[in-house]
Design a protein. Structure first.
Length: 364
């Protein structure tokens, strides 16, 4: 899989811009705040239908304009695709694939696979479990569209249950109503948990290999899935039974607190370095190495699942690595398309070198 070309109209600081990409390593070079990250954001948007930087889609429209457009052409194993994404003055997005409008965001998953890494990805290690759940959900949704739809159904049911828990005071049939929502949560939640368990198990193998190489074999990375109970050896059917029982046992607590406390929306990935919890003990450098290993591991899983690698987007990652680790990282990215941003233009082996300057693009 590779991106062939990208056209931006009124997107961020680009009034009009177009760029062609090559196989292998593509380098976006330019000063800070010149628009390099904006270009990566536009690519991510065409894959996930969400920005990695903002929830306010209107912010992506060029100042003074009413709408923005991103047009992308990609080559997959057997055919080309075009993605056209539009943002209107109200911030509403719509997307066409091969000139056919998509009715649901989930239909976009699987068209363009991307793995995005930026300095902010260190949040994966240190910050709340929500960051790590999102990491799993994005990775799995790109590979399995059915996972995304199960996630949507689970979240909708969870919102309905939580609304009921907030407003139940005085209701005599609260338990009857909760039974309905809990059955739905157990059914969809078991699908999510079983998929996540398999994902984290595979990720542990692939990410640990990358981490060993990046850390010069000085540290051992271990990943495990954390839930309300140890579910790692259970079948999907048994996970559903265990989850239903766990939700039922937490009912009085949930009624007291006003929200649901058991389920995949509360789960996490435990990340350990040499047996120690990285959330407590990892240095900033270790956090960066872990996050990068997780992303590279995600690339391997995608390739093995789909049959071709995703596009790797690396935003300002080299500035935080010494020269040996820079060379090692670039060696690891061989074999699939990588689009990398940097301020120092001293990289060899790039198939395309593109200068970004205040919203203008020049192929070198």
């Amino acid at each position: 899989m590779k991106i062939v070309s990208l056209e931006l109209t009124n997107f961020r600081n680009y009034e009009r811009a177009s760029v062609e990409f090559g196989d292998g390593l593509n380098v976006l070079h330019g000063k800070n705040a010149s628009g390099k990250t904006n270009m990566l954001e536009s690519i991510y948007l065409c894959s996930i239908f969400k920005s990695p930087r903002t929830t306010k889609d209107k912010e992506m429209i060029y100042i003074g304009e009413k709408n923005a457009c991103v047009s992308l052409t990609l080559q997959k194993k057997y055919r080309k695709h075009t993605i056209n994404l539009h943002i209107d003055e109200k911030g509403k997005k719509r997307v066409l694939v091969d000139n056919i409008p998509l009715n649901r965001a989930g239909e976009l998953f699987g068209v363009l696979g991307v793995v995005f890494f930026s300095p902010d990805e260190m949040k994966l290690v240190k910050e709340s479990p929500q960051e790590r759940r999102r990491f799993m959900d994005v990775g799995l949704s790109q590979q399995q569209r059915g996972y995304f739809y199960s996630l949507q159904r689970y979240n909708k049911t969870l919102r309905q249950k939580n609304n009921l828990l907030k407003e139940w005071r005085g209701s005599k049939n609260i338990d009857d109503m909760l039974e309905v929502w809990d059955a739905g949560l157990a059914k969809e939640g078991a699908i999510l948990i079983s998929k996540r368990l398999a994902y984290v198990k595979t990720l542990n193998d692939s990410a640990s290999r990358f981490h060993t190489a990046i850390s010069s074999d000085s540290e051992k990375l271990t990943l495990s899935y954390e839930s309300f109970a140890d579910l790692s050896e259970l079948s999907a059917e048994d996970i559903e039974k265990a989850l239903a029982d766990g939700i039922r046992r937490a009912r009085e607590k949930d009624k007291e607190l006003g929200y649901s406390t058991v389920g995949p929306h509360r789960d996490d990935i435990r990340i350990e370095i040499n047996g120690k919890d990285s959330r407590k003990f990892a240095s900033q450098g270790q956090q960066r190495t872990i996050a990068l290993a997780l992303k590279l591991g995600e690339v391997v899983i995608y390739k093995n699942e789909i049959g071709e690698p995703p596009v790797l987007l690396l935003d300002d990652v080299l500035s935080e690595l010494d020269i040996n680790r820079q060379n090692l990282l670039l060696e690891m990215t061989k074999g699939f398309q990588t689009i990398l941003t940097c301020t120092e233009f001293n990289l060899d082996g790039a198939s395309k070198k593109i200068l970004i300057s205040e919203g203008t693009v020049k192929q070198i």
